[in-house]
Every structure is written in structure tokens, then in C-alpha cells.
Design a protein around this ligand. Structure first.
Ligand code: OXD
Ligand code: MN
Length: 593
């Protein structure tokens, strides 16, 4: 047990408010995990998958309304609306706290409050942060065991006097005496709150059990709260994967990449190269904390310990390493169940069997119109199970980043790859990112393109305009000769008939090869209004068959003038951006004309 007084006092205060029947301090052991799983299988909250087919694995089905992040119910309760910025829902901290106290009072009646101490980042790393999540959801406990370093090891890291980020979570469904529980308790949409308080860096999440809303170490702590800390302390908390690419010369290049949710970060992080002699190792698939290393370089650490990946579309063809990672000891949420007790989803790489139980627990047959798995169905698994996890993934000092990729789903307009002219122009490319909205957040606009600077729109804990300045300021704390290079990529461009122009997946190594050559000064590029484009001949397409490289690299003047107008409008929507970025937009327009 801990002697940390701040922690003990806080737990006691929260217990008094939430009034759980019991309080349990989690130790993070396998025995604790197994006992919780047994309990959830017995209650009907979980299905144990066939141990011969999917050893140590479980399936959960959420309430049909609780399937994704809720951006409309996510709040930054900064002192002023301006600090939160137009990119966030702002709430007055005093009013929001009062509203939440009302909701949390007695909210854990009939349930157990679990205390989950956890570390984001490698144990013993100066880059790591400790959090403590209080939750009434055993599903959260078992997921946190994969996603973070939790339990006794985290309490040890915290020590008797250490500080931590307080993370309060409730599913918001108290049980009256004798009331039977449901498989997936949660609160109605208007009572869901994913609240962040910059003043004391605390998180209060109410009413949802879905990963991004409930596993508070992830989006809430490692991105929104961490971005606030990073701003104060001159570092960067980013929605980025981290990978190492070894080329045929045996050289290793560390690359991070910002893509919005459900745009293939997990696939790129674990890419199996189709070009001989290349090899990818994974450090992280969703979040990167970037700081100055002792050598003056930009060092990346993955604060997470697991993957919370999108299942649909994941197959032995698209991402064999992810498929191997989830062969055992995996939590599946909202995928379909086969009669043999295994999982199935759209795009798993083999046809659906004649009968399935769909993600809502209903019978499903091939030809049924609705999908068998929810499009945002997920797997949760420990990163250590990944066959291509990097030997350096828990290096306390992180890995030195030479290239940063930026991108999104853009069916038109955006070329396969374009390089920033310098650091500031790279930040400009990050600021103009856009992507089609995916099922990772509840939205009635799925498929529409929205601007999403650095893929941080849903995750930046303060105004994006100030965030972009913070990126520009990184030039002051990274050594000039170690500044990373920026590359804007788009795997998703389509032809007139709607077919993808680029094969993607393992063939993305062909773009990474060009990136590595650029970083090492081994290949020329050509300037364009958008930045430095490859010469078509320099992207290796050998063995690909017909690839329309001209269209993939094309910049349409008309489309880009329209794009520039939309970026200008977006900059205004943000309340203005740093003058340097505004000037780069004007420069781009001038070059286009
Ligand atoms: C995620 C997301 O779950 O971005 O990683 O929504
Ligand atoms: Mn993400």
C-alpha cells in the first residue's frame, strides 16, 4: 500500500462522493486480471473465446450508443474560453465541476471503485508520467493492464511524495439495491462528460465505457493533459506512431507519423515492406511524446504499453504483424463472434461463415445489410506481443526522430508525398492537414473532409493557434543540425472511377525509401507550390504493375486554389494562426497563381 498522502486523501474524497459499495486497490497482477475476467464472464459482460482458437482472449459488446469517442461531449475547462480555443468545447471550470459533482454523487452505488495507479512511458524514464484512475468499470481495469504499466509497479514509481494526474471515471449507472446490472452500463449521451481541468491537470470522465473516453491514460492524459504540460515544459505530446526503418545498407531511420484516427497508423507502424532488404520495427502506434534528448536531437517515447487498434480491415494481408499480435491474450470489443468461439470482422481476409453473432449480440448471416462488426470495433493487446516490436521501444531516453510524416484520407487533391522546404514549412504542412472523418468518433459527418492539424484537432488541450506556435518554437530547443524533416503523405488518392491509385500497406515502404534518401541527401526533389515533390522516377514502382505516378504526384492549380481558400477560412476559424504560417499560405497562393 502507498503512503502517498495526496493519493490517499484524493481516493478518500472521491470515495465519499461516489459512494461505491467497495474499494479495491489494483495490483496489476495476472491473478487479478483473471479473476476480473472470470467475474465478467459469469455476469454476462464478457464472452470467453475458444481457448484453442484464441487463447486467453475475450469479447465484449458495448451498448449500441457507446461505440466511439464523443467529441461533442469532450470539454476543456480552461480558465477562459480563449485558452481552450475554438477547436475545443469550453466549459466554465466552476460550473462544470459543480455539474459533475452532482452527477458523481452516489454514482458508484452498488458497484466497486477500483484504484488503478499507472505509468505512461517506460518505467524509470524521466519522460514518464504517473496517473491514477478511479473507475467503477472492471472492463476499464483489464484494458488498462494492457495499455499502461499499472498496479504495484506504478505505485513504486510514484513513491510516497511523487505527483500524479488524477483521473476519475464512472460509467454513470448506479445500481439500486437488488437491481440487476446490464452487460455494458453507461449513461445517456447528454449525461456523458469527458472533462479536462487545465488548472489542476485533472480528468473527470462520466457516462461512457468506450476506450477513448474511459481508458484515461490514452487520449485524456497522454494527449490533452500532456499537451498542456508539454507547452509549459518545451516538449510535444503528439498523435503519432513511431517506427524504425532499416534499409538494405543496414542504416536505421526513426520516423514518427501523425494521421487522424482510423487512418492506418497501426498498419504503418507494423508495415511489412515489399521492397527487399527493408525492415520495420514498431515503437508505438498512436501517441508519441517528443522531447529534446541529451544529444540535442528530437527523442520520441511511446507513453503506452499496448495497442487499442481498429479491427475491421485488419487482416494477414493488410497487417500480418497486428494479426499475430492478437492471436492470444487479447480483448475484443464489438467484433462478431463465430459459432466456434472465434472472432470475425469485415476485412479480416476470409469470407464470413454461414452464421455469426454480430456486435449487438444478434444472429447475422452473409448478405445481411448491416455490418457484423462495428466499423470502430477494437482490439486491446499488450505491445510486447507484437512480433516486430522494437528492442528499443522501452528505451528511457527514446529514439531520435529524423522524419515526421503527416497525412490523412484524401480521395482527391493531395499528392502521394511532398516534403516541407524547412522546419517552418513542415509545420505549415501539419497545419493544413485534412482527412475524411472516420467511425472513431460519433459523428453524422463520416466521410466528409475536415481540417485536422497534426491530427490533434480532437486531442489538443488548448488553442490550436497557440499549439502551432509551440511547434514553430521547437526550433529553439532542438539542435539546428538535428531538426527532423517533414513529409506530407496521402495513401488514399482515388481515380475517376473511385479506385485507389496507390496500393498502400506494405508498398508504403516505397515512399519511406524516398523519405530516407531525402533525409540522407541521396535524391533530388523538385519545388512546387506545395513543397518539394519527388521526381516520378525516384519512387520505386518495380513489381507493382501499372501505377499512375503522374496522377499520384499531380497538383491541380484549380483544386489547390480552392484548398488555399478553405485553409484561409480555417485559419480564421482558429482565431488566426502565427504570422509565419499565414505568410506561408500567402506564398503558396502566389506560387499557384
Ligand atoms: C484512437 C483514436 O482510439 O484516435 O486511437 O480514436
Ligand atoms: Mn488515435
Amino acid at each position: 500500500m502507498t503512503k502517498n498522502q495526496k493519493l490517499l486523501t484524493w481516493v478518500e474524497d472521491m470515495r465519499e462522493m461516489c459512494q461505491p459499495d467497495q474499494l479495491v486497490w489494483c495490483d496489476g497482477s495476472q491473478a487479478e486480471y483473471d479473476a476480473l475476467m472470470d467475474q465478467m464472464v459469469a455476469s454476462g459482460a464478457a464472452v470467453r473465446l475458444n481457448p484453442k482458437l484464441r487463447p486467453g482472449s475475450y469479447l465484449f459488446r458495448s451498448h449500441p450508443s457507446d461505440v466511439a469517442r464523443v467529441e461533442d461531449r469532450t470539454f476543456i475547462a480552461a480558465a477562459t474560453k480563449e485558452e481552450a480555443g475554438p477547436n475545443n468545447n469550453w466549459a466554465d471550470p466552476v460550473e462544470l465541476r459543480a455539474r459533475l459533482v452532482e452527477l458523481y454523487t452516489g454514482c458508484m452505488r452498488g458497484r466497486t471503485m477500483y484504484v488503478i495507479p499507472f505509468v505512461m512511458g517506460p518505467l524509470g524514464s524521466p519522460f514518464s508520467l504517473v496517473g491514477v484512475e478511479l473507475t467503477d468499470s472492471p472492463y476499464v481495469v483489464v484494458n488498462m493492464r494492457h495499455m499502461t504499466r499499472m498496479g504495484t509497479q506504478a505505485l513504486e514509481e510514484l513513491g510516497d511524495t511523487g505527483d500524479f494526474v488524477p483521473c476519475l471515471h464512472s460509467v454513470g449507472a448506479p445500481l439500486e439495491p437488488g437491481q440487476e446490472d446490464v452487460a455494458w452500463p453507461c449513461a445517456p449521451m447528454e449525461q456523458k462528460y469527458i472533462a479536462h481541468f487545465p488548472e489542476d491537470l485533472s480528468i473527470w470522465s462520466y457516462g461512457s465505457g468506450y476506450g477513448g473516453n474511459a481508458l484515461l491514460g490514452k487520449k485524456c492524459l497522454a494527449l490533452r493533459i500532456a499537451s498542456l504540460k508539454a507547452r509549459e515544459e518545451n516538449w510535444l505530446a503528439e498523435h503519432m506512431l513511431i517506427l524504425g526503418l532499416t534499409d538494405p545498407k543496414g542504416r536505421k531511420t526513426w520516423i514518427s507519423a501523425a494521421f487522424p484516427s482510423a487512418c492506418g497508423k497501426t498498419n504503418l507502424a507494423m508495415l511489412v515492406p515489399t521492397l527487399p532488404g527493408y525492415q520495420v520495427e514498431t515503437v508505438g502506434d498512436d501517441i508519441a511524446w517528443l522531447r529534446r534528448g541529451e544529444d540535442g536531437s528530437l527523442r520520441a517515447v511511446n507513453p503506452e504499453a499496448g495497442f487499442f487498434g481498429v479491427a475491421p480491415g485488419t487482416s494477414y494481408q493488410s497487417n500480418p504483424s497486428a494479426m499475430r499480435t492478437i492471436e492470444t491474450n487479447t480483448i475484443f470489443t464489438n467484433v462478431a463472434l463465430t459459432d466456434e468461439g472465434d472472432v470475425w470482422w469485415e476485412g479480416i481476409g476470409h469470407d464470413a461463415p454461414a452464421h455469426l453473432i454480430d456486435w449487438q449480440g444478434k444472429d447475422w448471416h452473409p448478405g445481411d445489410e448491416r455490418p457484423a462488426a462495428h466499423p470502430n470495433a477494437r482490439f486491446t493487446v499488450s505491445a510486447s506481443q507484437c512480433p516486430v516490436i522494437s528492442p528499443d521501444w522501452e528505451k528511457p531516453e527514446g529514439v531520435p526522430i529524423s522524419a515526421i510524416l503527416l497525412g490523412g484520407r484524401r480521395p482527391k487533391t493531395v499528392p502521394l508525398v511532398v516534403e516541407g522546404r524547412d522546419f517552418a514549412h513542415g509545420v505549415f504542412l501539419g497545419s493544413i492537414m485534412g482527412s475524411q472523418i472516420t467511425a472513431a468518433a460519433i459523428s453524422d459527418k463520416i466521410g466528409q473532409v475536415r481540417r485536422d492539424p497534426f491530427a490533434m484537432l480532437p486531442f489538443c488541450g488548448y488553442s490550436l493557434s497557440a499549439y502551432l506556435q509551440h511547434w514553430l518554437d521547437a526550433r529553439e530547443w532542438i539542435d539546428a543540425d538535428k531538426l527532423p524533416r517533414f513529409f506530407h503523405v496521402n495513401w488514399f488518392r482515388r481515380d475517376e472511377a473511385g479506385r485507389f491509385l496507390w496500393p498502400g500497406f506494405g508498398d508504403n515502404v516505397r515512399v519511406l525509401e524516398w523519405v530516407v534518401k531525402r533525409v540522407n541527401g541521396e535524391v533530388e526533389a523538385q519545388d512546387s507550390p506545395l513543397g518539394l515533390l519527388p521526381h516520378a522516377k525516384d519512387i520505386n514502382t518495380q513489381g507493382l504493375g501499372e501505377v499512375d505516378m503522374d496522377t499520384l504526384l499531380a497538383l491541380s492549380k484549380e483544386e489547390w486554389l480552392e484548398e488555399a481558400a478553405s485553409i484561409r477560412a480555417y485559419y480564421e476559424q482558429l482565431g488566426g494562426v502565427p504570422a509565419e504560417l499565414q505568410a506561408l499560405l500567402e506564398d503558396m497562393e502566389k506560387r499557384l497563381k
